[in-house]
Design a protein around this ligand. Structure first.
Ligand code: DC
Length: 229
């Protein structure tokens, strides 16, 4: 019983999986979904709700705030999915360094992950989805036929993140970004619930020495050539 319309792509921060997943979605006419952006949207919403994430982020407080959050997706005219946070289209604010600072902590909370599970699974009703994150192949769609785990060396990942303007604090260096990424990976891999982990049946791709096009073609060809049982 494999969901045939789900391509699960997992991997650590700045591994290139978002760029790759978006291009795979374009190539195969599917919808791209970044689950990291969902965690970032919740983090931003909690910050805007004036919750002090250092001292007040208790499960009870978060549960009561989540009741006031509507995180929705709608199809756009150009065939993509647009995410809205309480009716407002999510913008660059979800990718700010401030949000990045707290998102791993928020993503480690059980009630946050539980709140998202069905919302993420339901997106597969929209058609072919290419969903990227940390636990898509292990927890969200463990039966997906197409699973990939994408990574790259820490230095390559730091250089890629630095090249994405607006996502790193001013004055960042390869070394400082590598440190921030390593800390986040450690938190994401060591948490108890749904840690960053390659599913046993996922295809491992180290993209350190590959171009985006090579990775995209590798995934798209595999999907086209591997029939669903
Ligand atoms: O992919 P990203 O860097 O935008 O993800 C932001 C954070 O969200 C990252 O630190 C880990 C967390 N995350 C997660 O725990 N599970 C997912 N499926 C996706 C992201």
């Amino acid at each position: 019983m494999f969901p045939k319309n789900v391509i699960a792509i997992d991997g650590p921060a700045a591994s290139g999986k978002s760029t790759v997943a978006q291009k795979v979605a374009d190539k195969l006419n599917g919808f791209y979904v970044s689950t990291g952006n969902m965690y970032r949207a919740i983090t931003l919403f909690l910050m805007q709700s004036k919750l002090d994430l250092n001292s007040e982020a208790t499960p009870e407080k978060i549960d009561s705030l989540l009741k006031k959050l509507d995180l929705s997706f709608s199809k756009t005219a150009d065939g993509k999915l647009s995410m809205t946070i309480n009716g407002a289209t999510a913008d660059g604010a979800i990718r700010s360094p401030e949000v990045a600072k707290y998102v791993s902590r928020i993503a480690a909370m059980e009630n946050i992950r539980n709140w998202l599970i069905d919302r993420q699974r339901n997106l597969s009703k929209l058609g072919l989805i290419i969903m990227e994150g940390r636990d898509i192949g292990t927890v969200i769609f463990p039966d997906a036929k197409y699973k990939f785990f994408i990574t790259a060396s820490p230095e390559v990942r730091a250089r890629r993140r630095l090249a994405q303007s607006g996502e790193t604090p001013e004055g960042s260096t390869v070394a400082s970004v590598a440190k921030e990424i390593a800390e986040r990976d450690e938190m994401d891999s060591k948490r108890k619930i749904a840690p960053l982990k390659k599913a046993d049946d996922a295809i491992f791709i180290d993209t350190s020495e590959m171009t985006v096009e090579e990775v995209v073609n590798h995934i798209a060809s595999f999907v086209k050539e591997t029939p669903i049982i």
